[in-house]
Design a protein. Sequence first.
Length: 372
Amino acid sequence: MRLPPHMRLRLEERKFQDSFRTLSAMPTGMVDFSSNDYLGIAHNEVVSQWAQKILIDAGIKMHGATGSRLISGNHVLYEQTESFLATLHQVDGCLIFSSGYMANLGLLSAVPQRGDTILYDALSHASIRDGIRLSLAYAHAFEHNNLQDLEEKIKRSRGQVYVVTESVFSMDGDEVDIEALVNLCETYKAYLIVDEAHSLGVQGWGKVQQMNLHHRVFARIVTFGKAMGAHGAAVLGNRELIDYLINFSRPFIYTTGLPPAALAYIQAAYRYLQTHTELQALLAQKISFYQHAAAAFETNSTPIQRIIQPGNSVVRTLASFLFQQGYFVKPILSPTVPQGTERIRICLHAYHTEQEITRLIESIRQWKEKYS
């Protein structure tokens, strides 16, 4: 049976706008400048061995969780992992979700109540926006990283105010002034929620904790599928918040638990990084090298770099050119980013060589000279 006409029309519009998405895997032998595996933990054999040992020591042989955590899916590794993470992240409570997307849906749809107000950064991730859509609270965006605009909106807000942002933004790689934001939220008694997806592992156990501000933040979301090289995510906060989510967060209540192997990999990745902090220093070196080598382009101090090239068709051409040179770099198209800000998103990794970074930058320069 074919799709309804209006849905077929939407697909045709995407093709016409050159924003039609397809799936592709990274071919063998390509240099990865696209994935979020910033520290290389996702393909670390030692982490895999440690995860297997955790499963064996726990006596767990089943492959699936068998049900939601409130029914049969709350196996022993859940309690071990959440306790371990709560201690490491210096919080009273930790609740693991199946992904960062589900963690944001689960937190933001359940906590803010009817009559409350959610103020979120205009460049917040889609998972934050979708979680807010499921909430009954009022919601307004504030200008990206503009605390003056946020303050003005807080003053006009109704009910309890929740402020939502990211410590490192996924498409631009820029950072929030987290200390100034914490101070502002405390002044107006607003509850601050910070998504730490792209700072966890890169900036210690997340930027908030690295700056010793974690006791002053209502909730943090940490995601394990990026620098930690595993799968899943967690909401960090006080014990009352965790109890509330267990009772009222529908994405948590009605989702089958993660398989034991996923929890074992989370534990193994954290324990590995505890004893291999040199990976973070190595990544910082590669970021610094990129900043100097790409001085002609706009850069920042995180692993996420961008080359703005307006137009879906044009930025696809750039990505295709780099692919032919052996670099796996994905174009980021509108409507994922606002029209006119299409870009290639470059992710730096601790295992990149300086030669690989230099050649990538040179290839971008060659393309610009040819097509400018």
